[in-house]
Design a protein around this ligand. Structure first.
Ligand code: FES
Ligand SMILES: [Fe+2]
Length: 365
């Protein structure tokens, strides 16, 4: 008996508008201690994400198929040389592949075959201190993932620091909020970043398509971002990328150092999106000293965006339609186009073709 979770009606997307057949961040690696597991909400569904005492990360649907108790409330036990998760209610044990291994109540001569029972299993990928999970459109699918796990080039094994926040927003509104270029001078106008006295300057940036997303080509950072100069010294270039379903990363580098900040969005519920921001770097020794400060700064940025989301909700309670203008909302439109192309490609069973054309975007900020 396979997992009974229903298949969403449209291909490549759930009824709530979250992309499927996609990889999402589950948790930072450090959060998953060996032999423990926790219940997370991902795309509106409960998922138990854990790590066996042997170090293997795993993710299963957090509903025991017997009487629906969360498996996350159970514990990990060895069964015939393999780590299994035992349900706290009647002790059914599940392997990290979701297959039931044991039902303790069965008598020796019972005809019932426990291995026929399966709980949904999510493929997991762990790299550079981040654990991602793959959400297939069909909960019963065992097909290999439609896309490879996210990859952001060479990175150290562990991030320098991680910050997390929850936005009271749908995934789509959270994405659009994070890639909005025109809010910076108004929302993030702290003296050490963008004092109001800096005024507005013309920004002109070449954008182009990348795998399932777009990027601003390498360019010198805005002259009014004081911080880059403090930390890196001269000759700094930045590169900003977005990729479906919700990854935004910024690479700041010069001849000696490379810093990558990755923002991952994981939808938990229709008005709840988890934002996890990883920062890795090599060759910027000053930055190790600055971690406590950098962590606070990052948290402040996210909190400022979160406040805007809460204000926006006051309007959204009364009106759906927004007025998007060029060029500042072009990226928001691209995100919508990418999502539509993703679902069409999945529906028609064909390759995804990026609809974005190279384009110079101009705005004042
Ligand atoms: S509810 Fe899980 S074993 Fe009975
Ligand atoms: Fe922001």
């Amino acid at each position: 008996m396979p997992d009974t979770q229903p298949v969403p009606a449209k291909a490549g997307i759930t009824d709530e508008g979250y992309l499927t057949d996609s990889w999402y961040l589950a948790a930072p690696s450090v959060r998953l201690k060996p032999g423990t597991q926790e219940r997370l909400m991902i795309l509106g569904e409960p998922v138990v994400v854990g790590r066996t005492p042997a170090g293997e990360a795993f993710a299963l649907r957090d509903i025991c198929p017997h009487r629906l108790v969360p498996l996350s409330a159970g514990r990990q036990i060895e069964t015939k040389g393999e780590w299994t998760l035992q349900c706290p209610y009647h002790g059914w044990r599940f392997g990290t592949d979701g297959g039931c291994r044991l039902m303790p109540s069965l008598t020796q001569d019972s005809p019932y075959d426990p291995t026929k029972v399966k709980v949904r299993r999510f493929p997991v990928h762990e790299a550079n201190g981040a654990v991602y999970l793959y959400v297939a459109h069909d909960p019963r699918s065992f097909a290999p993932p439609a896309v490879p796990p996210p990859s952001f080039g060479p990175l150290p094994d562990k991030p320098g620091f991680v910050i997390e926040d929850i936005f009271n927003a749908h995934m789509d509104d959270a994405v659009v909020g994070l890639m909005d270029p025109a809010h910076v001078p108004f929302v993030h106008n702290q003296w050490w970043w963008r004092p109001p006295s800096a005024g507005l300057k013309l920004k002109e940036k070449p954008f182009g398509p990348i795998e399932r997303g777009w990027a601003i080509d390498r360019h010198a950072p805005s002259s009014n971002s004081k911080l880059y100069r403090w930390v890196f010294g001269g000759n700094v270039q930045t590169e900003i990328c977005f990729q479906l379903p919700g990854y935004r990363w910024e690479i700041i580098s010069n001849d000696t150092a490379r810093l990558l900040t990755l923002t991952c969005l994981t939808p938990e519920a229709p008005k709840k999106t988890r934002i996890t921001q990883f920062t890795w770097w090599t060759g910027a020794p000053l930055l190790h000293l600055a971690v406590p400060v950098a962590r606070r700064m990052g948290a402040k940025f996210l909190a400022q965006d979160g406040e805007m989301v809460d204000l926006q909700n006051q309007g959204m309670a009364h009106q759906k339609a927004m007025l998007w203008i060029d060029d500042i909302d072009v990226q928001a439109k691209w995100y919508q186009q990418l999502k539509r192309e993703w679902t069409s490609a999945r529906t028609e069973g064909r390759e995804f073709t990026n609809p974005i054309q190279p384009r110079l975007l101009r705005w004042m900020s």
